[in-house]
Design a protein around this ligand. Structure first.
Ligand code: HEM
Length: 486
């Protein structure tokens, strides 16, 4: 059925594409906004532009080549293209990152493709930009470091149970599905206090449908991946709303729920700047957004850490030494705490190097609120702006020998400003970054103290589909440490 619809749409696209191309692009090719020419570059194929090339380079394991081919051909700092049927400029390099991040809501604002907004956005929102700015501010507040410290023990508890049930007593495992299970389990516990494995699994299945829907052909008729994504999003929202309602009741009844037990309690009790409690649908939307963030990105990093530690024994040994010192300092049954995580400096450098070399997200879009000029080229109002993580992460001027996995890049003062941007920057910078740091370090600790491992597919590549991930999900052979190591 999906194939039929996709074929139908392709035919329609072929018939009308040249006509649309003429109307949308050719007629306006002489358009000059601001005081400079349009950026160099090509819009590519009619309608679809260069979208397929963009995604294919990622699926082939060379996601950075889309940006670098065009930087070499047109300009180091800016080029135009057509992505997701939008006239887009790609801004490259540290200065471009600084420009995008510091002009939020002045010259640019957040923009998501229709597929994403249709699945993720609540229909109740009338003034999307104003509402999302207010909610984003609140999300940044609930995920700040001081608040998260209290959840480290809970993360460790989830990790211990996860390794006991899914890794121990096995000689081989496939890593990527397991890291997904771990990170989603942590998210369910920390955000919602949902621990029952069956309930977590059902929620994870709905989230998988949402994730597939976001990156599917956007045809909203029964049977398509896109339609299933929308339906799954409605089901999840309903489930979260029910949890919010129940939590309100439990918090009112003494002893049934604690104000600090998870992020949900925190949100239910929080008040906005007018002293009002937050609306139920706002809380559900925020929790939904956090679970989406917690679903795929951190699991990609955890899996790719496992890959590099298998390939680079000298780095494995350093991480092992650091983690075993902490493991030996703990009393039996004692969970990790904030001080332990502060000691995991080398481990975090390793994770940062993974975030540099294989960032889960390649970049995000903005929309020009007004005409502006960058590097002498005009960007017209309404065009989309794409900033790419790779334009600095794989740039030898920012990171010498960029393909080399070298955690020492993060020692001392670390990378130059605006060059290491896996979490974006400015007001929209990922609010989950500190949460991610804790969750990844807890994962590394529990993994290192249990196992050494080797890859079953020695030359397995990292692809981007749509997150960075090992092409075959990283099957490995496990070798448990001797009990005498403790
Ligand atoms: C390794 C894991 C992660 C990476 C690499 C990552 C990266 C990013 C990036 C690049 C952005 C866009 C920033 C921009 O447009 O400038 C973003 C936004 C966001 N992230 Fe993350 N993220 C991760 C994990 C998480 C987690 C675990 C959560 C939730 C707990 C989360 C919540 C969010 C939210 C809510 C936004 C939207 C912020 C806004 O639009 O203001 N992320 N993230």
């Amino acid at each position: 059925m999906e194939f039929f619809y996709a074929s139908l749409v392709s035919l329609i696209v072929v018939f009308f594409s040249f006509f649309l191309h003429y109307i949308l692009f050719k007629k306006k090719s002489s358009y000059v906004a601001g005081s400079g020419p349009l950026p160099p570059g090509q819009f590519g194929w009619p309608v679809i532009g260069e979208t397929l090339t963009f995604f294919r380079t990622g699926q082939k394991g060379q996601p950075e080549s889309f940006v670098y081919d065009r930087m070499n051909k047109y300009s180091t700092y800016i080029f135009k293209t057509n992505l997701l049927r939008q006239k887009t400029v790609v801004l490259c390099g540290a200065m471009a990152n600084k420009f995008v991040f510091s002009n939020e809501n002045k010259l640019v604002r957040g923009w998501w493709p229709n597929t994403i907004t249709k699945i993720l956005q609540p229909s109740e929102q009338t003034n999307h930009h104003a509402v999302s700015r207010k909610l984003n501010k609140f999300v940044h507040t609930v995920l700040r470091t001081e608040g998260l410290q209290q959840y480290i023990g809970a993360m460790d508890q989830v990790a211990q149970r996860h390794f006991e049930t899914s890794w121990e007593n096995k000689s081989k495992v496939v890593v990527y599905p397991l890291t997904k299970k771990y990170t989603f389990g942590v998210a369910c516990k920390v955000f919602l206090s949902v621990e029952d494995p069956k309930q977590v699994e059902i929620l994870a299945e709905h989230f998988n449908e949402v994730a597939s829907g976001i990156f599917s052909v956007p045809i909203d008729v029964p049977g398509t991946t896109f339609n299933r994504g929308i339906k799954a999003s409605i089901v999840i929202r309903k489930k979260i709303k029910d949890l919010v309602k129940q939590r309100k009741i439990d918090l009112a009844a003494a002893g049934k729920a604690a104000p600090v037990q998870d992020i949900l309690s925190h949100m239910v009790l929080a008040k906005d700047e007018n002293g009002e409690l937050l609306e139920e649908h706002d809380i559900s939307n925020m929790i939904f957004g956090l679970l989406i963030g917690g679903h795929d990105n951190p699991s990609s990093v955890c899996a790719i850490i496992v890959k590099y530690l298998a390939e680079l024994p000298h780095i494995y040994e350093e991480v092992y030494k650091e983690q075993m010192e902490i493991a030996k300092s703990k009393a039996p049954g004692e969970f990790l705490n904030w001080d332990d995580l502060q000691k995991m400096k080398y481990s975090w450098n390793v994770a940062c190097e993974v975030l540099r070399i294989a960032p889960p997200l390649q970049g995000t879009f903005r929309e020009a609120i007004d005409d502006f000029v960058f590097d002498g080229f005009s960007v017209p109002k309404g065009w989309k702006i794409y900033w790419s993580v790779y334009s600095t992460h794989k740039n030898p001027e920012c990171f010498p020998d960029p393909e080399k996995f070298d955690p020492s890049r993060f020692m001392g003062t670390g990378p130059a400003p605006y060059t290491f941007v896996p979490f974006g920057g400015g007001p929209r910078m990922c609010p989950g970054r500190e949460y991610v740091r804790l969750e990844i370090l807890v994962f590394m600790h529990n993994l290192m103290k249990r196992f050494k491992w080797e890859k079953i597919i020695p030359d397995e590549k990292i692809i981007v589909n749509p997150m960075a991930m090992p092409a075959k999900c990283l099957p490995i052979r496990l070798y448990p440490h001797d009990a005498s190591d403790f």
